[in-house]
Design a protein around this ligand. Structure first.
Ligand code: ZN
Length: 98
């Protein structure tokens, strides 16, 4: 049985806990590269193998493209969706008046 652990807090997820998968694609916005197009060509078995290995070499074939995949526990998921880019949130939200 595959046991997952949270990639943020490194806690091992219990079988009854919901696991949240975060996938991020980074690619140059000025080029005609869309991850959706790349995925259509994918062999689903190969994709499954990549998931199991935690690797995604295919995304690295395109220069400037990176694909990230993380498993999150429910608590980290809640924090992640509120602040996906890990921006500073301790400061009160304010707009410069200058
Ligand atoms: Zn966590």
């Amino acid at each position: 049985m595959i046991r997952y652990s949270c990639d943020l807090c490194h806690r091992t997820l219990q079988p009854h806990e919901k696991r949240y998968v975060v996938r991020m694609d980074v690619f140059p916005g000025n080029e005609e590269i869309y991850p959706e197009d790349l995925e259509e060509d994918r062999d689903h078995l190969a994709e499954l193998n990549q998931l199991l290995e935690g690797l995604d070499d295919e995304a690295l074939e395109q220069p400037g493209c990176h694909q990230f995949r993380y498993d999150l526990c429910p608590q980290c998921y809640q924090r992640f969706v509120r602040n996906p880019l890990g921006r500073e949130v301790s400061l009160p939200f304010n707009i410069s008046q200058n």
